[in-house]
Design a protein around this ligand. Structure first.
Ligand code: ATP
Length: 445
């Protein structure tokens, strides 16, 4: 291994640009509507990005729903009537303070400015207008007439669907507190200053879970979910020195929250939020019960009492988290005098698990390579690539984060075996084709 020299990427100030370039070049993320000049701060997830994003969401769903018997899933509507947002408080309060610079006319979110008196665009002092509260919800109209009765909103978070369906889920799932409802889906916010690639966009995906508990157990479960959620990122390969749990100060807390902590990642611009875990009390269920006139509580037959459960909410962003995984996985090293770029993604997240690469595009090798591909495809997401020289194809798979490459060569025709190359160590194993599935199952499952 003496030929490998590690390049210290974490301190590399150009890491952000490298990720944006790699994303475009290799098909992770494209700027949206590019042939029409682009549409500011919206992105499309390309052939590789759609796999990575799906794997992030699957890893969350696996941890939050599949591996537990106390959490069930939901997929609620995106279009929603104003009544929901009136009751939740979003119509009145889901606002950010907006200021305009009177010199350069740029707009900013006041609470995100390093210095609230200096324009970061033109450096003018005291050039801002008075802050105005700007509601972040997208409003549209259902049906052919744009009249006030037809107003609907695109949801700005997935959470409210879980509160509104609380009674339906309680009745049909046979769960009782403590239990949770989990949801993954798109949310929309008319952000004043979207930016930093997919970190802050107007259309994004969230992974949220509402955990309903007896009121006197809320603190215990708040601590529990802070620990669980922090560990999830570590388990999927975010290094411990790039992750922290930051409890909110008193003045940051929403009026109904008795505790909130953010899981933060060390982005190239500094620490920033991946997920918030909040102890929301009985605020949400009470608001919707009062506004709808429906009972949103739980009758406990064991104690013969009725109570409104308190809620612990871990709320994460799927697209933002995908970006953090890309940043954390990016590595460069010098191999025999050449720079190798490699995404050291956790196997569970890697877009392709295995790439099948016939050594050359020869009639004799292709049928064997296709057979190998066909035998692995039902079990793992695989790529197949027979163009360019093998070195270039390995480099491409390194940049996609593919953990294993299988090379079918001329010896394969004789010994019915293939060469398996591991991404991180680049070590190679000769494996009989008949044993290949078991070999990968052992390493990838
Ligand atoms: P911020 O302070 O960054 O605006 P927030 O605290 O309002 O975020 P939440 O409402 O708690 O965010 O949303 C939960 C998660 O959803 C966030 O931690 C983040 O990962 C994700 N998220 C929120 N807004 C956006 C956005 N505009 N683009 C991408 N992801 C987002």
């Amino acid at each position: 291994m003496s030929e490998i020299v590690s390049v210290d990427v974490p301190n590399d100030p150009s890491l952000f640009d490298k990720i944006v370039n790699l994303s475009k070049r290799r098909g992770f993320v494209f700027p949206s509507a590019e042939i029409y000049g682009g549409f500011r701060s919206t992105y499309d997830y390309g052939p590789i990005g759609v796999l990575l994003l799906r794997n992030v969401k699957d890893a969350w769903w696996r941890a939050m729903v599949q591996m537990r018997d106390d959490i069930v899933g939901l997929d609620a509507a995106i279009l929603s009537p104003p009544a929901i947002w009136e009751a939740s408080g979003h119509l009145a309060n889901f606002t950010d303070p907006l200021v305009d610079c009177k010199v350069c006319n740029e707009r900013f979110r006041l609470d995100k400015l390093d210095d609230p008196n200096t324009c970061p665009n033109c450096n003018s002092k005291d050039s801002f207008t008075e802050a105005r509260q700007f509601n972040l919800m997208f409003k549209t109209y259902a049906g052919p007439l744009a009249e006030s009765g037809a107003e609907v909103y695109l949801r700005p978070e997935t959470a409210q669907g879980m509160f509104v369906d609380f009674a339906n889920v309680l009745q049909t799932s046979r769960k009782k507190p403590p239990f949770g409802i989990a949801q993954i889906g798109k949310s929309f916010r008319n952000e004043i200053t979207p930016g930093n690639f997919v970190f802050r966009t107007r259309e994004f995906e969230q992974m949220e879970m509402e955990y309903f508990v007896p009121p006197d157990e809320a603190s215990k479960y708040y601590e529990y979910w802070c620990t669980e959620r922090f560990q999830w990122y570590l388990d999927l390969g975010i290094p411990a020195d790039k992750l922290r749990l930051r409890p909110h100060d008193e003045d940051e807390l929403s009026h109904y929250s008795s505790g909130t902590s953010d899981v933060e990642f060390l982005f190239p611009w500094g620490w920033d939020e991946l997920e918030g875990i909040a102890n929301r009390g009985d605020y949400d269920l009470t608001q919707h019960a009062n506004a709808s006139g429906e009972k949103l509580d739980y009758f406990d037959p064991a104690t013969n009492t009725r109570y409104t459960p308190h809620v612990i909410e871990p709320a994460a962003g799927a697209t933002r988290t995908m970006m953090a995984f890309l940043l954390a996985a990016y590595d460069e090293e010098e191999v025999r005098g050449e720079l190798r770029t490699v995404l050291r993604l956790h196997h569970r997240l890697a877009p392709y698990k295995v790439a099948v690469l016939p050594l050359s595009k020869k009639d004799t090798l292709t049928p064997v390579a296709r057979e190998v591909l066909k035998s692995l495809q039902p079990h793992f997401m695989c790529d197949y690539d027979e163009t360019q020289n093998i070195g270039k194809r390995y480099r491409r798979q390194d940049e996609l984060g593919t953990p294993y490459c299988v090379t079918v060569d001329f010896d394969s025709l004789e010994d019915a075996a293939v060469t398996v190359r591991e991404r991180d160590s680049m070590e190679q194993d000769r494996v009989p084709i008949a044993d290949l599935l078991a070999y990968f199952r052992e390493r990838l499952d």
